[in-house]
Design a protein around this ligand. Structure first.
Ligand SMILES: Cc1cc2nc3c(=O)[nH]c(=O)nc-3n(C[C@H](O)[C@H](O)[C@H](O)COP(=O)(O)O)c2cc1C
Length: 390
């Protein structure tokens, strides 16, 4: 693996509210809305206490999971609907949002109406969205998403050639640079979960290669580590993160024992990148967009043990009660997926124990439709909730 020649973290060191090349980020600290939210969120409960993650000063520990919603144009450039959608979910200042999985290059696609980040049009569309999130005082990581979807689709999956591996590793770096330096994201979360390309290398149920990218734990982790290095070289370690789902089995990518592989990867990341932004783990209770039955021995505690005391985001099947308990015990950030679809102001609802709205599954992936996307009310717009709580 070629180490980075440049130290990007110092080249692009930012404070939480920073000037971008498109102009200064608006100062929120003096706005009335900001002060109102900061006051409303303050609490003795750990879940609602501030935390520094990479370069970001988050005001609480509720995170929005990557959620594919299929609202981009056919060109894979996001529609303006996404400006409203993400801006609604950024409404509590200091929230970390993680974007839906995004294609890093045209070849890595496969699903219609999923956004990309390789063309000028796509980068400009994302910039309008990151601006809207930043105006709310929140933070935005881009999740990609090497979705090299075609490679997992039947009937004929095939291993990548060595030159394709090099091409994809490089494409990850280019996409990271597009995301941070072009589209204004605060960082990049590499999609190493849910059966997509990086995970296909990691899991021995899928990776049947006999070269240096297959077989041993070290070999199966090689591609992931090359991708991480490519992204770190492009944007710096403090703006780089990765998502894992060791127990996930959405595409039958099950491992008999994922512990040695994910333990090795976690150790390597800790050793190589002391400034790494965070690791995001999907708990055994979820796989892809659904619940999963947890077996007794399944737990991500081995990752926690290695990674501590660095920032860890845990996702998958959380309720208010379990999120409060885990955050209290570990200080971790808790990411919510499905609950964020129907509850644009989820952090505030959790803070005040306001009942959560269910989302309509049928509109999760409706192409380009505003329905079920930007029409879920905030609690203070909904007459059924107790206004006095706010
Ligand atoms: C509609 C929908 C789309 C999703 N899209 C993505 C995605 O793009 N990338 C990803 O890593 N996970 C994706 N997930 C999984 C979620 O990020 C999350 O791990 C999962 O929903 C479990 O969390 P929850 O129990 O809070 O919903 C998706 C889930 C749903 C429901």
């Amino acid at each position: 693996m070629k180490p980075c020649e440049q130290k990007h973290s110092s080249l692009h060191s930012h404070t939480a509210i920073r000037p971008t090349r498109y102009g200064p980020r608006p100062s929120l600290s003096s706005s009335i809305a900001h002060k109102r939210f900061v006051k409303a969120m303050s609490s003795n409960l750990k879940l609602f206490q501030p935390i520094q993650v990479g370069d970001m000063a988050l005001s609480h520990r509720v995170v929005m999971c990557p959620l594919t919603r299929s609202r981009a144009h056919a060109s894979h450039a996001h529609s303006d609907l996404a400006i409203e959608y993400y801006s609604q979910r950024a409404s509590v200042p200091g929230t970390l949002l993680i974007s839906e999985a995004t294609f890093i290059c045209a070849k890595a696609g496969g699903f219609r109406h999923v956004p990309g980040i390789w063309s000028t049009e796509q980068i400009a569309a994302w910039k309008r969205i990151t601006d809207a999130v930043h105006i709310k005082g929140s933070f935005f990581f881009s999740s990609f998403g090497l979705w090299a979807v075609r490679l997992i689709q039947r009937p004929a999956p095939r291993p990548l050639t060595k030159s394709e591996i090099r091409e994809y590793v490089e494409a990850f770096g280019t996409a990271a640079s597009n995301a941070v330096h072009g589209a204004g994201f605060d960082g990049v979360e590499i999609h190493g979960a849910n059966g997509y390309l990086v995970e296909q290398f990691l899991k021995d149920g899928v990776n049947t290669r006999t070269d240096e990218y297959g077989g041993s734990v070290e070999n199966r982790c090689r591609f992931a580590l090359e991708v991480v290095n490519s992204v770190v070289c492009a944007v710096g370690a403090s703006k780089t993160a990765i998502r894992f789902s060791p127990w996930g089995d959405l595409y039958e990518e099950r491992m008999k024992n994922p512990v040695p592989t994910f333990a090795h990867l976690t150790m390597k990341l800790k050793e190589l990148y002391p400034d790494f932004a965070y690791i995001h783990v999907v708990e055994p209770a979820a796989t892809g967009d659904r619940d999963r039955r947890v077996l007794q021995h399944e737990s991500n505690n081995f990752i926690r043990d290695i990674w501590a005391p660095k920032a860890l985001i845990s996702a998958g099947g959380y309720t208010r009660k379990t999120a409060l308990a885990v955050a209290e015990r570990t200080g971790e950030l808790i990411a919510f997926g499905r609950p964020f679809i129907g509850n644009p102001d989820l952090p505030l609802r959790l803070r005040y124990d306001i009942p959560l709205a269910a989302s309509n599954r049928k509109t999760w992936y409706t192409h380009l439709s505003p329905k079920g996307y930007i029409d879920y009310p905030r609690a203070d717009e909904d007459p059924r909730v107790v206004q006095s709580k706010l």
